[in-house]
Design a protein around this ligand. Structure first.
Ligand code: SF4
Ligand code: SF4
Length: 331
């Protein structure tokens, strides 16, 4: 597809959809609604924050009530297009799709979203973007769920489809020069990969408290890493009731395990008592619990947490310490 055709394709999509894509805002590349094709920055670079807000808004009302009348949020979710997710972002969505498999709000939004991926720019290297996993594994596309995928080839794009919806949209637009990629499940037959398994083994079976004590002294518990991360999916539920009026509403908002309240329960008990415990919990969740529970990686190596951390905590350095650490005692 040529750049001119791409512009026309975007105009076509904008007629009936809310379109989200990478938009340059000062020095930050953000996922935003686009108003016109020129707003979209399709250069293979990672956005500073992830795409999760398109599928899981930072705060969303689930229902409200007046007296005995319960009003569920309407089924009328807008048709939307998420245009420009990189392979890192699509990998992270694999996890979200599993975690929220039975969540009607997420599923409705997913059903109404056309997912369009793009290849990662070659200059998206470890130095600039702090990414640290494999970038474009040869057969990665068959393990990602998308509708359409654009691979940059000089001034034009190779176009692939991953679903019937994607094919239908392109056919209706009048573009037929695409190839279809059959989805073959979210992970490769070879499994999670040696490094992921080594980190999981070290974290699970050996506990080097020094790593967490050192990080605990640096981390200021701002939670920025969890907001930027495409695989952090925790939320809290807020109920607000106006007792005299008999009205109220329930909302769901993103939460962060770096906040003290996250692990606080009735009776003023806090399960994660200090920063060292919280940061250890975050790593353990990503690299042990998620792989065990879902059989998927809890981290896709996008490096956003490192880029966003105000005190310079680098996940790749921490993981190396974990791998290199001596087995000083089982948890
Ligand atoms: S933990 Fe960091 S590197 Fe891993 S997916 Fe989240 S933001 Fe990306
Ligand atoms: S961004 Fe850095 S300082 Fe903030 S919570 Fe995460 S690790 Fe701690």
């Amino acid at each position: 597809m040529t750049k001119d055709q791409l512009t026309k394709f975007l105009e076509y999509l904008l007629q009936d959809n809310v379109v989200y894509g990478p938009v340059q805002k000062g020095s930050v590349l953000e996922v935003e609604k686009i108003a016109q094709p020129a707003d979209l920055v399709l250069n293979g670079c990672l956005t500073d924050h992830s795409w999760k807000k398109v599928f899981l808004p930072p705060c969303e009302k689930l229902f409200d009530y007046q007296g005995a009348k319960l009003n569920e949020v309407s089924d009328d979710y807008p048709q939307q297009v998420a245009f420009g997710l990189t392979t890192f972002d699509l990998k992270a969505l694999n996890l979200f799709h599993h975690v929220y498999e039975k969540d009607p709000y997420y599923q409705r939004r997913k059903r109404n979203t056309l997912i369009i991926g793009q290849s990662v720019a070659p200059e998206q290297d470890a130095k600039t973007f702090k990414v640290f996993s494999e970038k474009l594994e040869e057969d990665i596309l068959e393990h990602l769920e998308f509708d359409i995928f654009f691979e940059q080839r000089g001034d034009s794009f190779r176009v692939m489809t991953g679903s019937e919806d994607g094919q239908e949209v392109l056919d209706k637009f009048g573009f037929s020069n695409y190839e279809h990629i059959q989805f073959a499940g979210p992970i490769k037959e070879t499994g999670l990969g040696e490094r992921t398994l080594a980190i999981k083994d070290q974290l699970k079976n050996h506990h080097d408290q020094k790593i967490w004590d050192e990080l605990g002294k640096k981390c200021i518990e701002c939670g920025k890493c969890t907001i930027a991360c495409p695989t952090c999916y925790c939320f809290r539920i807020d109920d607000e009731a106006v007792l005299t009026e008999g009205e109220g509403e329930r909302t769901r908002c993103w939460d962060s395990c770096f906040y003290r309240e996250f692990s606080e329960v009735a009776g003023d008990h806090v399960f994660l008592e200090n920063t060292a415990q919280r940061i250890h919990f975050w790593y353990y969740h990503k690299f042990v619990r998620i792989p065990e529970q879902y059989g998927l990686p809890g981290c896709v190596g996008c490096g956003r947490c490192t880029r966003t951390c105000p005190v310079g905590i680098d996940i790749n350095e921490t993981l190396q310490k974990i791998v290199d650490s001596d087995p000083v005692g089982a948890l």
